[in-house]
Design a protein around this ligand. Structure first.
Ligand code: HMG
Ligand code: MG
Length: 296
């Protein structure tokens, strides 16, 4: 069976914009976030408090947060890798953060300048201090299916790293197919291998090989109810070769509404937002649904 309602965890302003060649002005980013809320999205990963020279696209994180009207009932999580990032997030009244670990050594080194083991030394005080401050923590695990340097990633390794992240005190674990190589059978096998069951799991598929929607449907059939997606299918990861955009939120919403699953999203308004954003980014949206429904 399928769930009645799916929570869309919108990552366009963070995962989407972190990998676009164009760096948008901060007021355009603020308008993007507001438009996503207007379109009915309730969880919007807004930016990252990472090192600004590592991801210059999001160096304006603090400025952006001061420009967004944080509306009641809407969640505005931000990415935080370390205590310095947590301090910056707390200064700006953030109430939900996401840490991001790697299931492979190569990506841990390239993305976090740490080993798999030492990433936990970095995350542990972030999670404990966040929880003491009343801040909820989501965790990502990246390279859950394949890694561009190491090849296929063993399910047992992903489960081990993922459970260690959850056990720090995180309320949710998002399984990242960073380079989009996963297929539905692999997604099912991975989800079914988690001893925690599907309850705390979310899925995060990049669409490099066009598998994101099929993988997501399979994850829903396994009991997952939280799905990450980026408006217009923008983005990728600057530290992962060959990563392209996330599953497009529009493609996800089209499928879910067709299946009778509620999302709370107004598809027309979301398509207008992605069409508006594509002009600012200087490239058309890669989403099939945006292309089909766009009035321009
Ligand atoms: P490092 O160089 O090891 O940092 O980088 P450090 O701890 O040695 O500190 C060096 C200097 O940086 C210090 O300054 C720190 O204060 C400063 P100094 O004392 O030399 O003057 N610093 C900071 N400044 C501002 N904000 C901070 C911060 N941290 C340190 N947060 C670090 C380690 C983790 C910081 C770096 O590797 C980094 O920022 N990495 C982030 C990379 C990233 O954002 N990647 C994309 C997101 S992950 C992703 O997209 C995957 C995902 O979508 C899921 C999927 O698809 O799989 C989530
Ligand atoms: Mg990602």
């Amino acid at each position: 069976g399928l769930p009645d309602h799916v929570t869309i965890y919108e990552v366009g302003p963070r995962d989407g914009l972190q990998n676009e060649a164009a760096i948008l002005p901060v007021d355009v980013k603020a308008e993007f976030v507001e438009r996503l809320v207007d379109a009915g999205l309730t969880t919007i990963e807004t930016t990252s408090f990472v090192h600004p020279t590592w991801v210059p696209q999001l160096a304006d994180a603090a400025d952006l947060l001061t420009r967004i009207e944080r509306r009641p009932g809407i969640r505005y999580p931000v990415l935080v890798p370390n205590e310095r990032g947590l301090d910056r997030a707390l200064e700006h009244g953030v109430t939900e953060i996401a840490i991001f670990g790697s299931a492979t050594e190569t990506f841990a080194q390239r993305n976090l300048n740490r080993t798999i083991d030492s990433q936990f030394e970095m995350f542990a005080p972030v999670v404990s201090r966040a929880l003491e401050s009343g801040v909820r923590v989501r965790a990502y695990v990246s390279m859950c299916f394949g890694d561009p340097w190491e090849g296929p990633v063993p399910i047992a390794k992903v489960v081990e790293v993922g459970m260690r992240l959850l056990d720090l005190g995180c309320f949710e674990l998002s399984l990242g197919d960073t380079i989009g190589v996963g297929t539905p059978g692999h997604a099912r096998a991975l989800i079914e291998s988690f001893p925690c069951g599907p309850g705390p799991l979310a899925v995060h598929f990049h669409d490099t090989y066009g598998q994101a929607l099929a993988n997501t449907l399979e994850a829903l059939r396994c009991g997952v109810t939280v799905v990450d997606a980026a408006a217009g299918g923008i983005g990728g990861c600057p530290y992962a070769e060959s990563a392209t955009g996330n599953l497009a939120t529009e493609d996800l919403v089209w499928m879910l509404h067709g299946l009778g699953v509620e999302t709370g999203v107004d598809l027309g308004s979301l398509v207008d937002t992605s069409t508006w954003l594509a002009k600012r980014l200087g490239r058309p949206s890669p989403s099939s649904v945006v292309r089909a429904l766009s009035k321009e």
